[in-house]
Design a protein around this ligand. Structure first.
Ligand SMILES: [Zn+2]
Length: 247
């Protein structure tokens, strides 16, 4: 029995079909290949898959234009940190997950690019239970991004577990969470701000003021307490992504 690809309309047989959670099929050669292998098609619906394909299209362009050139930079301030296939570019406020395909002389690199400010989960884990094949028993770095469509919960398997820990350690250090003294000070300052804005919120309510803005400030202050202040990464990413339709 033949299926029809819900994206490009191609007629496909069972072997050429990827079934999605919502019952749709997409073609493996044309459409599924536009996304990364890290994407979990089986548990996704068509809208999400389309988001992921768009994300990969734009991400690949950003990787080529902005990030890959940084591999060779000698400028310390521009330096990109590599835990292949994860690349972290602080100067751009971006992180990329890449996948290289093809042979030695015709490699094409696909990428999903994320804002560092949206990185909420980063930890060493076992690969999820759904994993099959040679990655099944590997350790992985699990990256979770908020405010991100498409592939936003990413499991990157590593052959060498120490590499996972190095990546997570780097990110902890990067977000200022390794230095207990510094983060202690930072935390108490932020907590003070958070407490103060809670108090403002209560006061605003009493005075019948518009609560929306006050509430946002409160949430922001609490968010900063948990994940650190990421304003600088947001500014860098805003600038880097100005000409790209990523968000
Ligand atoms: Zn297709």
């Amino acid at each position: 029995m033949a299926n029809t690809c819900a994206i490009c309309g191609a007629t496909i047989n069972v072997l050429q079909s990827q079934k999605l959670m919502d019952g749709n099929y997409i073609c493996t050669k044309g459409c599924r290949a536009k996304g990364l292998k890290y994407y979990d098609y089986v548990h996704s619906d068509l809208d999400n898959v389309k988001d992921h394909i768009h994300q990969t299209e734009v991400g690949t362009k950003i990787w080529q234009d902005l990030m890959e050139p940084l591999k060779k930079t000698r400028d310390k301030n521009q330096k990109m940190q590599s835990f292949h296939p994860i690349y972290i570019a602080p100067s751009l406020g971006l992180v990329a997950v890449i996948e290289a395909r093809g042979g030695l002389f015709n490699t094409k690199t696909y990428a999903c690019v994320y804002r560092l400010e949206n990185l909420q989960i980063y930890k060493t884990e076992n690969m999820p239970a759904r994993t099959s094949g040679s990655d099944k028993d590997k350790k992985c770095v699990h990256l979770g991004f908020v405010h991100t469509k498409g592939l936003n919960d990413v499991y990157i398997p590593f052959d060498d577990e120490t590499r996972c820990h190095q990546c997570v350690d780097y990110l902890n250090k990067f977000f200022g969470l390794d230095d207990s003294f510094r983060s202690g000070i930072k935390k108490s300052v932020t907590q003070f701000k958070a407490t103060k804005s809670m108090w403002d919120l209560a006061k605003a309510k009493k005075n019948g003021e518009n609560l929306e803005e006050k509430a946002k400030a409160t949430v922001d202050a609490f968010g900063a307490t948990i994940i650190g202040d990421r304003t600088q990464f947001k500014d860098a990413a805003d600038q880097a992504l100005a000409n790209y339709d990523l968000d």
